[in-house]
Design a protein around this ligand. Structure first.
Ligand code: ATP
Ligand code: ZN
Length: 287
């Protein structure tokens, strides 16, 4: 019997391409000759990668041409295909925001009543305006939405923003966030058992890689007298590792710290008597 293969669609080029390829590689999936290819099969994992325009990915996944895909939540929502979000991936972060010219006297959403808004996201914008009882006309344009107000095509724009630099350069100010977005793994609603097994393996690897990125391995020397104070500060996976040092009266303590609380913990550890704190990145974290 032929072995099943999971078909994954990722962006061919653009903002999600590098991170998508890197994520698969960090999951230990060999991908050779990815440049200028339409598709490639991994040598060491049952996966085939399709390189497509991000806008087309939801449709391909819905139709089963690909089993899974990586797209921004903005594209997932706008396309409204019957596919599901399986996992948030933590990259491609941006927001879909409303922006108006700097000179526009913006008070609140009511200021957009009866105005013309340019966007590439008519569906998401339409839903948002309806929910907020704003009657405005939506002008769908496929690119360079940020120049529309400046050339008189619209009074406002709803566009993707990350730093806000592009808006600023076009004389606009961001006034409302419609949607916070990031890249997600999406899957079709019907997926065979064997493919689901491959997807589960892939998900397990993705989660391990992402958890590792959020964690640091720390080693430190602690006088035995202060050991209890130091240990209280450490979560560890089960509990911290404690090893005697060659020098009597001292121990080496090893633990895993979360990125979010990292600096606070390090300060507390120092204050509690830890010395020679060594911080090491973790490549994979299997729980
Ligand atoms: P394609 O040729 O595949 O259609 P595109 O021009 O539509 O590419 P990109 O500009 O590469 O798309 O953006 C892809 C995705 O990256 C967006 O849909 C969004 O989810 C995410 N993204 C992150 N930051 C930004 C940003 N500042 N502007 C636009 N998109 C962003
Ligand atoms: Zn696109």
């Amino acid at each position: 019997m032929m072995q099943e293969i999971l078909k994954i669609a990722i962006q061919k080029s653009g903002r999600l391409y590098d991170d998508s390829v890197q994520l698969l590689r960090e999951c230990g999936i060999d991908l050779r000759n990815v440049k200028d290819r339409l598709r490639t099969v991994s040598e060491n994992f049952p996966i085939e990668v399709f390189f497509l325009r991000d806008d087309d990915i939801p449709e391909y996944v819905e139709d089963g041409v690909a089993d899974v895909g990586i797209v921004g939540q903005n594209v997932l929502l706008e396309k409204g295909r019957s596919i599901r979000e399986v996992e948030a991936l933590g990259f491609g972060k941006c927001r879909l925001s409303l922006a108006v010219p700097k000179s526009f006297d913006y008070q609140n959403l009511q200021s957009l009543q009866g105005k013309r808004i340019a966007t590439s996201y008519p569906k998401i914008l339409g839903t948002y305006l309806k929910k907020n009882a704003i009657e405005a006309s939506i002008h769908e344009i496929s690119g360079s939405v940020e120049i529309a107000p400046g050339i008189g095509l619209a009074d406002a724009a709803a566009d993707l923003v990350s730093s806000g630099g592009t808006l600023f350069m076009n004389g606009l100010k961001e006034v409302e966030v419609i949607l916070d977005s990031q890249a997600v793994l999406v899957a079709g609603n019907t997926i065979g058992n064997e493919k689901q097994d491959i997807l589960n393996k892939l998900l397990f690897r993705i989660r391990s890689v992402r958890k590792a990125k959020k964690s640091k391995y720390v080693l430190m020397n602690v006088p035995n007298g202060q050991l209890q104070d130091v240990l209280q500060l450490l979560p560890g996976m089960r509990s911290p590792t404690v090893l005697p040092l060659a020098e009597t009266g001292w121990s080496s303590v090893h633990s895993v710290l979360d990125e979010d609380e990292f600096w606070i913990r390090i300060e507390q550890l120092k204050a509690a008597g830890a010395e020679g704190i060594l911080v090491v990145p973790i490549e994979k974290l299997i729980l």
